[in-house]
Ligand binder design. Structure first.
Ligand code: FMN
Length: 245
């Protein structure tokens, strides 16, 4: 049976780095591929493509060995990294909800140009397969995360920001920050040279968790860019605004 309760999965998922090397059966791979059609982008104007690649085709530093990799290819337009985080996190949660392990791979790359497209470039991938370690956390206390007070001065939206707080990030760096009130949330990432690429992907992951929480609470959301917000937070880079209603 297919599990689609991504909200509860936010509260138990973890990165899996030990995999059963046996490839998943064709039906399971087909089910995952079929799920691609249900994935919503953050920025509809950016063309992307998801591909499942076999074992030993994605390699690099700190890359766990897995029987499969889920690779995202994208146009490199403004916002594409945050869009990539938003898209792939929906699948990270889907895999975890359905008993499979996955791990984001920040520096690993496919060994050849599988997509063979001059417009869509490889952005990032997830390793996935059957877990050979405990799949889920037992509770929120097992997450090593900053407190809500450290990641927001937004008011009245903690039911949306607690899921963002639990989101995975590269090196668990959690560079996100949230301001706003009354259903208007502005998303920022700390201004750091080294991790800029990953921080923007991480922001997309946290935004994915916020939107899943909004849906869980029966709310709708829309994204916009607020030029005033761009100027208001020194030391942090503005990513996007979300209106939740
Ligand atoms: C963009 C991104 C890149 C990552 N790259 C790697 C990686 O290359 N190797 C790895 O073992 N984990 C990687 N991770 C996993 C993080 O280390 C992990 O999400 C973080 O420590 C929080 O732990 P959790 O996912 O178990 O909650 C990455 C995560 C993100 C979001």
């Amino acid at each position: 049976m297919e599990h689609t309760d991504l909200y509860s999965t936010i509260h138990k998922r973890k990165s899996i780095r030990k995999f059963d090397p046996t490839p998943l059966d064709e039906a399971t791979i087909a089910k995952i591929s079929n799920r691609f059609d249900k994935i919503k982008p953050l920025i509809t104007e950016i063309k992307t493509k998801l591909m499942i690649l076999p074992a030993n085709t994605v390699k690099g530093l700190f890359a766990p060995k897995a029987p499969h990799y889920l690779a995202l290819f994208s146009e490199e337009k403004e916002g594409y990294l945050t869009n990539a985080g938003y898209i792939l996190q929906q699948l990270d949660l889907y895999l975890s909800a359905n008993g499979l392990g996955s791990c984001w791979l920040g520096v690993a790359k496919p060994i050849k140009d599988f997509n063979n497209d001059s417009i869509l470039k490889f952005v990032i991938s997830l390793a996935f397969g059957r877990p050979a370690e405990q799949l889920h956390r037992k509770g929120v206390e097992e997450y090593k995360r900053l407190s809500l007070d450290q990641i927001r001065n937004a008011s009245g939206m903690d039911d949306l920001l607690e899921p963002a707080r639990l989101a995975p990030s590269a090196n668990n760096s959690q560079k996100w920050f949230f301001t706003g009130s009354d259903g208007n949330l502005d998303v920022y990432v700390s201004n750091s040279l080294i991790q800029n690429k990953w921080s923007l992907i991480d922001a997309g992951i946290a935004i994915c968790h916020i939107c899943i929480a909004a849906q869980h609470l029966g709310k709708q959301f829309e994204f916009s860019k607020d030029l005033k917000a761009v100027k208001s937070e020194h030391g942090r880079n503005y990513v996007t605004s979300i209106r939740i209603f």
